[in-house]
Design a protein around this ligand. Sequence first.
Ligand SMILES: CC(C)(COP(=O)(O)OP(=O)(O)OC[C@H]1O[C@@H](n2cnc3c(N)ncnc32)[C@H](O)[C@@H]1OP(=O)(O)O)[C@@H](O)C(=O)NCCC(=O)NCCS
Length: 184
Amino acid sequence: MTLSTPTLRTSRLVLRPFTEADAESLFKLQSNAHVLRYWDSAPWTERERADQFIARCRVMAEEESGVRVVIERDSAFLGWCTFNSWDPDFRSASLGFCLNGNSWGHGFATEAAGALLAWAFDTLDLNRVQAEADTRNAPCARVLEKLGFKLEGTLREDCIVNGDVSDSWVFGLLRREWEPVGSN
Ligand SMILES: CC(C)(COP(=O)(O)OP(=O)(O)OC[C@H]1O[C@@H](n2cnc3c(N)ncnc32)[C@H](O)[C@@H]1OP(=O)(O)O)[C@@H](O)C(=O)NCCC(=O)NCCS
């Protein structure tokens, strides 16, 4: 079992490892205050953050603690998806995603995350995947529901970002509940 970052193809998307060439698109995404309004950290203001993020992808791969993939459509950068915090003892990991605002509402997050989950369940002796969402982030909760995640509880006052205190929902998906979504 290894956690080398895959390249995956769905009917409309390609998921692939980050390269240095993605830094500009990634910075544009992660510095967008509207996209990041329910994120657990403030939008980036320094371009170096993108380089550090991409360097961290390589460390995650080396440590086999997780993978981050670019989501592309027709070679255009739509965003990224992460499968991280892999714990081989607990057989658990976490899922997250972030897409450009102009790509929302077309099922791309569900399609991309579904493909990454399918790869993870195929590749690893994975039992549980966890995802967290700001309780104001209805689209994220809906994506997780469409993927088969169940709402398990609320983390009260989980995040404080620039003084803004927010609660988080915790969602979980177990292997025995997992059914690949139709679109990949
Ligand atoms: C959350 C996010 C990934 C969704 O991406 P997306 O590609 O639009 O997602 P999908 O199209 O696959 O699904 C979105 C679902 O939310 C629904 N939705 C959209 N706005 C909604 C709202 N205000 N209330 C309830 N549901 C809503 C859509 O109708 C769709 O459900 P449906 O297929 O049943 O109609 C995207 O908004 C995003 O990247 N946001 C910024 C980063 C973020 O918050 N990431 C999640 C934190 S881990």
